[in-house]
Design a protein. Structure first.
Length: 494
């Protein structure tokens, strides 16, 4: 029955579509293929999430080789949550992408971007669904290599430098990760995550395990842009094609955070991480520094894409802060913010794509003066997204910060709660910078030559903007799924 093979189809369909697009080399066909694959992947992700909610964890053995000997695809409440996030984002970004891609890329390169988009989607979905640590590395490299190409396809020459820096840091991250899983394999003789968790409990010499943990943490920390390992992110987001920025801004770092959650809570366990070592204290400090420092840097940026790129580093800090709290409220905040930030930042970057389309590729604040009167729906959408980043009640971001502060208070970390609230004021400062430029500055005749962004682009962006507000008012799905994932993670602790 085909429904029994949904875990494999989730990865295989986008993976196969990439070489098909390269063989055909027609831009319109490539776009249609990317849209179709994204929508099918989103439908499969939703079906898998429903099956997990109804029947529990799904284990799929590739080639009928039972784990731990064979490669296992495993869907549990956490991976189902992230699968819906990634595939859903792709399903929203892919349809509007043609408008910005036609404007930003030479025609002969359009098919290549869509091929890399599908390849990246396959990699991100594979990372999320696999239950094998080496298979995870393979998918990590598939998504990373395709991302380097997509960033390099940006209009400006700086895109090549940004892609090269991303390549160097991504290669270092992959090397650290491989060293870590190699050491785990030497100590346990297995690569299956569930089996690793069981065998690590019987290891008496923990020094190699601690070394493996350190290598994996640094490697994944580079991938998720954990402060101060975030240097690749601002330039990559700023100079990548607009559609690529929207997709990566909503998914790439979120999947890496998922990997960190998976290793911390289902492979290593708290006995090793939070009792043998001060992991929570170190992660908490880096998270707070990232949330505050990146937000402060964002205030002084002169380019709106770069400003919100630094904002992403700060928002990653909130997610990892929730992980460091290691309680139900903190983990709920971390998991729900994966979704809330993806929706918020996806909407913002799609709307910024509309602005760059109307300004001839420019995204500097000097070209955005008075844009609120010329592009009212675009500008107002960015403002609502900004309110969500601040954490204003009635928006998705408020829900995340509420549970984050609650988790900090439950641990008695009142200073942490105060820093979270203070950093929200910094976010208000950089959001106000856009409001001031768009609404309180005299329009510049050299800025926007035309009116609103194209209707399809606005429609998909505003779908996410409305979702931003909806998730702030009705938390049954978002917080419900996040709490189920948090309970699942905490339920497996040793």
């Amino acid at each position: 029955m085909i429904l029994d093979h949904l875990p494999a189809l989730q990865v295989v369909l986008p993976l196969i579509s990439a070489p098909v697009i390269v063989l055909v080399r027609r831009s319109r066909f490539a776009w249609l293929m990317a849209v179709a694959v994204s929508w099918v992947a989103a439908a499969i992700a939703v079906m898998l999430a429903i099956r997990v909610a109804d029947a529990g964890v799904i284990s799929y053995a590739l080639g009928n080789w039972q784990p731990p000997w064979g490669i296992e695809y495993r869907v549990d409440p956490l991976s189902a949550f992230v699968l819906v996030l990634v595939a859903g984002t792709a399903a929203i970004v892919a349809p509007f992408s043609r408008i910005s891609v036609v404007a930003e890329l030479p025609r002969e390169q359009e098919y290549l971007l869509y091929a890399m988009f599908c390849l990246c989607l396959a990699g991100l979905l594979g990372i999320t669904i696999t239950g094998d640590v080496f298979n995870l590395f393979v998918f990590l490299e598939i998504s990373s290599l395709s991302t380097y190409v997509m960033v390099a396809l940006g209009q400006k020459r700086q895109a090549l430098a940004a892609a090269y820096r991303y390549l160097i840091m991504g290669t270092i991250a992959a090397t650290f990760y491989v060293i870590g899983i190699g050491m785990l394999y030497l100590m346990t003789g297995t690569l299956n995550m569930a089996d690793l968790s069981v065998r690590l409990a019987d290891v008496t010499d923990v020094r190699p395990i601690l070394a493996a943990f350190a290598f994996i943490t640094v490697g994944i920390g580079l991938k998720l842009a954990l402060f101060p390992l975030h240097q690749w992110l601002p330039n990559a987001y700023t100079f990548a094609p607009s559609a690529v920025t929207a997709f990566l801004g909503a998914t790439a770092t979120k999947v890496s955070i998922y990997v960190l959650l998976r290793f911390y809570f289902t492979v290593f366990g708290t006995t090793l991480l939070f009792r043998a070592m001060p992991t929570d204290q170190v992660l908490m400090l880096l998270s707070l520094l990232g949330a505050v420092t990146a937000s402060l840097v964002a205030v002084f940026q002169k380019d709106i894409k770069r400003m919100f790129a630094y904002s992403s580093v700060g928002q990653v800090g909130y997610i990892t802060l929730g992980i460091s709290l290691a309680n139900t409220s903190g983990l709920t905040a971390a998991v729900v913010h994966l979704l809330n930030h993806a929706v918020t930042k996806g909407a913002i970057f799609i709307l910024i794509a509309g602005i760059t389309l109307r300004t001839g590729g420019a995204s500097g604040f000097d070209r955005l003066k008075g844009i609120g009167s010329r592009m009212p729906f675009t500008s107002f959408g960015i403002v609502i997204g900004g309110l969500s980043l601040i954490g204003v009640p009635g928006t998705a971001g408020f829900v995340s910060k509420w549970y984050l502060v609650l988790g900090a208070i439950q641990r008695g970390e009142w200073i942490v709660a105060a820093v979270v609230l203070a950093s929200s004021l910094i976010a208000a400062a950089y959001v106000w910078k856009f409001v001031e430029t768009a609404y309180l500055t005299k329009p510049d005749e050299s800025s926007v030559k035309a009116g609103e962004a194209p209707l399809p682009m606005l429609a998909f962006a505003w779908f996410m903007v409305v979702l931003c507000v909806f998730l702030g008012l009705d938390t049954s799905l978002s917080v419900g799924g996040a709490r189920a994932a948090a309970d699942f993670l905490l339920g497996g602790l040793r």
